[in-house]
Design a protein around this ligand. Structure first.
Ligand code: 6R9
Length: 635
């Protein structure tokens, strides 16, 4: 079938050129051949980045769940759709077939309807990584309700802000969640949040940890009895191509979180197509993405992309460290995982514990290793490539964003030769541009600038919920007629892209623009270093100077910190140049991270600049306690 599954580099270039020369014809062919529609479109694309307005497949009618579930029933009814691996390794894994998924999604959808949810209503899903999370998400899509999944590790304040911002009528949650050997009182957090949310009428509660919780009369209902008595048939609501499918909040550098709105048809087409190619998924492969469905990575590449291809997708409830740091590899062996997709932060955390826990398991099923979320530093890349992949499973370092809906720059495994720390080539249909500060596009290779996209792709977010003006200002105002990503990147001599970090993290030292990624990359090459983050702080002469926060590997061996500092600066000097040497180096036990594993350089920057009264909300961090610790030991 034409162009759907790319198999070699020449084909990539050929299909890429076609997708750029005739984008509408290209996407129309993909949409026509690989999805089911209640009605086809009248127009493939209409767009104007100055408004901004983007519409794909206008006039088409469809339901995404018919594409993700119903159409597979005839050929894949008994195939596992979702493979649930519980937190506790001794609890049995659950194989949910496409047929079973169909029934469970329909039952859930009927429960939503019976509880007053209609097309267009917003439903907040605050559920841990258990099957109900994916099923609730799909159930909303079945009846055209707009889901807003909030990561079930967020605080009650973060939750209530998100519920109120999009006026959710219902919250779906669980009594609690497991995380390693701990439990979290989710329902308690929901109760707190709802103190300040008058829009919520109903709370559906899944039972997971069997804890004793309060149920508010008239508002809270146990989910299971409702599901048990619901019909296994639920007609899919027919949606317009541009009807919102979901809202997903992403934090801005300032102000309240942005509710990115994704719509139905374009999102479906692009996530399915990227999934198939970026992971080279083949029928009967077992695919596992370790992200939480609370992030875009989970939406696009645990739920929608894999299911639209009839894939088997693993849903893991637990943590990489439980019962020990070999858990990921244990699961790969147990379920014979073929494609494995995780984040650099996880790779670094696991690499810290050596190779023994990897070597213990049979990882021969692995064919593709993916990385997403942050720049992957060279050392982590090699560890992943050599130790986990044994040099035979290509790494796809995939760059994309909540706003882009799907993978934008990535190697295609077994097609694009990989290069450590490089996301390599634009995906089919993606037209990147590097811009200088004055708004000129940098043509040719061996240039570095701000990363923009020149032309719409099907899964670009269409707006920010309730604030189109902010959408325009954030993404379409920095550079005329271009989507601005907020990231910096360079293009090497063969046209490969390397993401150098957020542009707001760029540090100007004595007039030189320095990205965070290459410097951290050099530091992390030191055998004693586990992780590092660098930020700028004001300096009389240089304008800004560099402050490095470094965590060390747990080797047990005691190291002389003064020597280490010298060695680290020597490495930076060798790899980048003396200009990038650090003025201050603080060794710390951890780095502040977001729940999705991104280092919060904003907080580190404030600490380095002594701006301690202005740290902002640290409660949504993974490890808020580390902030105090870093302040106490600051230089
Ligand atoms: C999918 C996701 C988006 C930001 C993005 C960039 C960083 C993501 C990356 C990467 C370098 C990669 N990022 N993937 N940086 N290399 N392969 O993570 O979405 O949570 O919205 O974050 O993450 O800075 O702009 P989101």
């Amino acid at each position: 079938m034409s162009n759907y599954h790319i198999k070699h580099l020449e084909e990539y270039y050929q299909v890429y050129r076609k997708s750029i020369r005739e984008p509408e014809n290209f996407w129309e062919e993909i949409a026509e051949e690989h999805f089911i529609w209640r009605k086809k479109w009248d127009k493939v694309l209409e767009w104007d980045f100055s408004k901004p307005e983007i519409k794909w497949f206008q006039g088409a009618k469809l339901n995404i769940t018919e594409n993700c579930i119903d159409r597979h029933l005839a050929t894949r009814g008994d195939k596992t759709a979702i493979l649930f691996e519980p937190n506790n390794p001794n609890e049995k894994a659950e194989h949910i077939s496409y047929k079973k998924l169909y029934e469970r999604v329909n039952q859930f959808a009927n429960v939503l309807k019976e509880n007053g949810i209609q097309k267009g209503d917003r439903v907040c899903i605050y559920v841990p990584m258990i099957p109900e999370l994916a099923i609730a998400t799909l159930a909303c899509a079945r009846i055209g309700a707009i889901h807003s999944v909030v990561f079930a590790g967020f605080s009650s304040t973060a939750l209530s802000t998100r519920i109120n911002d999009s006026d959710c009528k219902m919250v779906i949650t669980a009594d609690g969640s497991f995380r390693g050997n701990k439990t979290i009182d989710l329902k308690g957090i929901v109760d707190d949040a709802l103190e300040s949310c008058s829009c919520v009428e109903t709370v559906l509660v899944a039972k997971r940890i069997n804890s004793d919780i309060n149920m508010k009369e008239g508002r809270d209902k146990w989910l299971q009895p409702l599901l048990d008595s619901a019909s296994k048939q639920c007609k899919a609501t027919v949606m317009d191509a541009e009807d919102p499918l979901f809202i997903l909040y992403t934090s801005g550098s300032t102000g309240k979180p942005k509710g990115m709105v994704h719509t139905t048809a374009g999102y479906m087409v692009y996530t399915a197509y990227t999934f198939k190619n970026a992971f080279q998924y083949k029928e009967n492969d077992v695919y596992w993405c370790t992200a939480d469905i609370g992030w875009i990575t989970g939406h696009s590449y645990i739920v929608y992309g894999p299911l639209a291809n009839g894939a088997t997708t693993v849903l893991f409830e637990g943590a990489p460290s439980y019962p020990d740091f070999g858990r990921f590899w244990n699961i790969v062996e147990k379920h014979k995982v073929n494609q494995f997709y995780t984040a650099p932060t996880a790779i670094r955390a696991l690499a810290k514990h050596g190779t023994e826990l990897v070597d213990k398991y049979d990882l021969s099923s692995l064919k593709v290793l993916g990385s997403v979320g942050e720049p992957i530093n060279e050392e982590a890349w090699h560890w992943y490539n050599d130790i986990v992949g044994k040099g035979k499973s290509p790494i796809i370092d995939s760059w994309w964003q909540t706003e882009t809906g799907g993978i934008m720059i990535t190697p295609i495994p077994y097609v694009t030769p990989t290069k450590p720390t490089y996301a390599t080539l634009p995906f089919i249909g993606i037209q990147p541009a590097l811009m200088d500060e004055t708004g000129n596009e940098l043509k040719g290779n061996q240039v570095e600038g701000r990363l923009c996209i020149k032309y719409p792709w099907p899964s670009i977010a269409r707006t920010i919920w309730g604030n189109h003006q902010r959408y325009k200002e954030t993404y379409f105002s920095a550079f005329e007629n271009k989507y601005f990503t907020g990231d910096g990147a360079l293009r090497d001599e063969v046209g490969y892209y390397r993401i150098t970090g957020r542009v707001d993290d760029v540090i100007i030292v004595s007039g030189h623009n320095l990205g965070t990624a290459p410097i951290e990359d050099a530091i992390n090459e030191h055998p004693a270093v586990a992780e590092s983050a660098i930020v700028g702080f004001p300096h009389d002469v240089k304008g800004s100077a560099l402050y490095g926060y470094i965590t060390l590997k747990e080797t047990g061996e005691s190291r002389n910190h003064d020597n280490l500092k010298k060695e680290v600066n020597q490495l930076i000097s060798d790899r980048i140049g003396p200009i990038a040497k650090l003025d201050k180096i603080q060794f710390t036990e951890g780095l502040p991270k977001t729940r999705s594993g991104k280092i919060m350089r904003r907080i580190l920057r404030k600490i380095a600049s002594n701006d301690l009264n202005n740290l902002g909300d640290v409660s949504t961090l993974l490890n808020p306690e580390i902030v105090e610790n870093i302040i106490k030991n600051k230089l």
